[in-house]
Design a protein around this ligand. Structure first.
Ligand code: GLP
Length: 244
């Protein structure tokens, strides 16, 4: 779906999220959100915060699972995704800390497989993800599912693509400071969500959006797997749609 501006897209997605949370709440159910980091979802999180403050939207019945975390970064590192999520969303809403889930960047290598299996189990125990929010990286990755990620992959450690590290370099003050690996939900984890919305804004995203939407479905562009999901949609602005 192409919107006149990113703000229009974000308003629709936030309204849709609020409706989901409220209808689940009325039925006595938790809402499970799959959340993403990066510059793209910041405006969406701002809109959710606004709905919380001005429209009484409560997150007391929301459980969240983030897509990924950089390997080696403690929670209080300013570039960790834990830090990002607290700064940009969690510190401003009434979600319960015990309902917030992110992969850990600091588990010992030997414990990573068990940590990842536990993350998968937690998502299952929560009833699965109702709404998964995604951005898209220049390599076509969703979460950190870099080229070569199988469609049925689960939460695991992954080596970051050089392009992804290059894109992150300014935020880390140089390429040398960018982690080389991450823990990410797999493509299979993401595709198990009942609804998936991928957001993309700006001309820079136009080539990869075009590949993901109209290109072949394969592991070179993990976002292409979304073509095979029955309830997934791209919310994009005019500029991101310019190569479609
Ligand atoms: C990182 C994140 C992705 C995100 C991508 C694009 O690689 N792991 O989840 O989609 O960056 O980031 P941005 O939204 O800043 O363009």
């Amino acid at each position: 779906e192409v919107f006149p501006s990113s703000q229009d897209a974000v308003a629709k997605l936030a309204a849709e999220t609020a409706e989901l949370i409220r209808s689940n709440e009325a039925a006595g159910k938790q809402t499970v959100l799959g959340l993403a980091t990066g510059g793209t979802p910041i405006a969406y999180y701002k809109e959710l915060i606004r709905l919380h403050k001005e429209d009484g939207l409560s997150f007391a019945n929301v459980t969240s699972f983030n897509l990924d975390e950089y390997a080696g970064l403690p929670q209080d590192h300013v570039e960790s995704y834990w830090y990002f999520m607290h700064q940009n969303l969690f510190n401003h809403i009434d979600i319960k800390p015990e309902n917030i889930n992110l992969p850990s960047g600091t588990v010992a290598d030997a414990d990573i497989p068990a940590h990842c299996a536990e993350y998968e189990q937690k998502i299952k125990d929560a009833g699965g993800i109702d709404l998964q929010i995604l951005g898209i990286g220049r390599t076509g990755h969703i979460g950190f599912n870099e080229p070569g990620s199988p469609k049925d992959s689960l939460t695991r450690a992954i080596e970051l693509d050089p392009i992804t590290r290059e894109d992150a370099a300014p935020a880390f003050g140089g390429l040398d400071n960018v982690p080389t690996a991450a823990i990410t939900m797999g493509c299979g984890t993401i595709l198990a969500a009942r609804r998936i919305v991928l957001m993309a804004w700006g001309e820079g995203k136009a080539p990869i959006v075009n590949e993901a939407v109209t290109g072949p479905v394969n592991d070179i562009v993990s976002a292409s797997y979304l073509q095979e999901h029955a309830n997934s949609v791209f919310y994009i602005d005019q500029a991101a749609a310019s190569k479609l």
